[in-house]
Write a protein that binds this ligand. Structure first.
Ligand code: SAM
Ligand code: SF4
Length: 361
């Protein structure tokens, strides 16, 4: 067992410590995961919080080199969910006693889009009697737009930095003036200043990425003092420029194990944050999300997007659950959570304890 795991406090792990933990072999990795689970139970209890994920639109003005719904990909149909379908999904979440929903979308900064989201946030608060928590994941927007949505009632925002190393960020995005590391970082600062619970994250196993980058990503998240994290393996998509590097990537199994280690180490470093078990984990291993829960994650985001749109929100190959309706998924989810030793936190926003601790509320 690594002697690092005997530490009393993991907040100050340095880059070399993190690299040592990321390189643990599969036997020692079990000790890391066990330790992370202990810390998770101590600081966040045994609850798993559901956020019903609505993939609102795949229209995107960006062209990230890894993403299947990038604006340059013309090989699929663009959609935006209609109002009645959107509210059917919201009502489903209320009925199933999910504590929260996440509205996610390709990036759109048009006034019509901004107004529509504002209207939706107000209406969700209204029809749920303020019972449903709202997380947004709608990309880079102006300070004013973030503020407008916050004032309307959204309280958490997820904006992955994707890769915290500016040089690597550059290699993963077109150099067209529309994909700028500093601008994205500034969005994170704005979100925090406005008062959102701040979530970020990265992809693991990207072309050109090294273990050193991953260690620095964890330090980046600690130093930004985030409240929530969503990180998952990078999975290649054939209609993207980065697909040409598919033979140089770490094998899927390794990307998966590295993601588990990243989750476990982050849980040790930041015991009171929320960490999501992401869908991309399930794309690699049918039990992927459950394994992430056992490594320190405490949030699940069941997809409640209407079935007819799911095939058009293909960020990567083999995305799971695209041929299921929301109801098909829900019955087994509770059992799956219990099977790995946790309880679903029904009717609970499941906010990040770290947010309240850092705000001294
Ligand atoms: N457009 C918004 C944004 O980029 O912040 C939100 C939606 S975007 C589809 C959500 C996340 O999908 C991104 O932050 C990215 O990390 C992830 N993603 C995109 N392409 C991916 C891929 N090929 N493999 C794994 N995750 C991917
Ligand atoms: Fe658009 Fe987000 Fe995909 Fe980038 S990751 S192309 S911003 S949907």
């Amino acid at each position: 067992m690594s002697t690092l795991l005997n530490k009393k406090d993991f907040y100050n792990l340095d880059k070399n410590d993190i690299i040592e933990l990321l390189q643990l072999d599969s036997d020692s990795m079990i000790d890391l995961v066990k330790k992370a689970n202990e810390i998770r139970l101590k600081y966040r209890g045994d609850k798993v919080y559901f956020r019903g994920l609505i993939e609102y639109s795949n229209i995107c003005k960006k062209n990230c080199l890894y993403c299947g719904i990038r604006s340059g990909n013309k090989n699929f149909i663009r959609y935006t969910i209609q109002d009645d379908e959107f509210f059917d999904a919201v009502k489903f979440a209320i009925r199933e006693r999910y504590g929260s929903i996440v509205i996610q979308s390709g990036e759109n900064t048009s006034p019509a889009f901004i107004d529509k989201i504002t209207e939706y946030i107000r209406e969700i608060k209204n029809i749920s009697n303020n019972k449903l928590g709202i997380t947004l994941s709608l990309g880079e927007q102006s300070f004013e737009t973030y503020k407008k949505w916050y004032d309307a009632g959204a309280h958490r925002y997820l904006l992955r930095i994707e890769e915290s190393h500016p040089e690597l960020y550059k290699k993963l995005h077109p150099q067209d003036g529309n994909h700028d590391f500093a601008a994205r970082y500034n969005c994170l600062l704005n979100l925090k200043n406005i008062g959102y619970q701040l979530g970020t994250g990265i992809m693991i196993g990207l072309p050109f990425q090294t273990i050193e980058h991953l260690a620095e990503d964890l330090i980046f998240m600690r130093d930004l003092d985030i409240d929530m994290c969503g990180m998952g393996p990078y999975i290649e998509h054939p209609d993207t420029p980065l697909y040409q590097y598919k033979d140089d990537l770490w094998p899927l199994k390794e990307r998966f194990n590295l993601t588990l280690k990243m989750i476990a180490i982050l849980r040790l470093m930041m015991p009171d944050i929320n960490i999501a078990a992401t869908t991309a984990m399930q794309a690699i291993d049918p039990m992927g999300r459950e394994k992430a829960l056992q490594a320190g994650a405490n949030v699940l985001m069941p997809n409640i997007t209407p079935k007819q749109y799911r095939e058009e929100y293909l960020l990567y190959e083999n995305k799971p659950c695209i041929d299921e309706n929301p109801d098909d998924c829900i019955s087994c989810l509770d059992a799956r959570v219990q099977m790995v030793g946790y309880q679903v936190g029904y009717d609970d926003w499941g906010d990040s304890a770290h947010y309240f601790n850092r705000k001294k509320l």
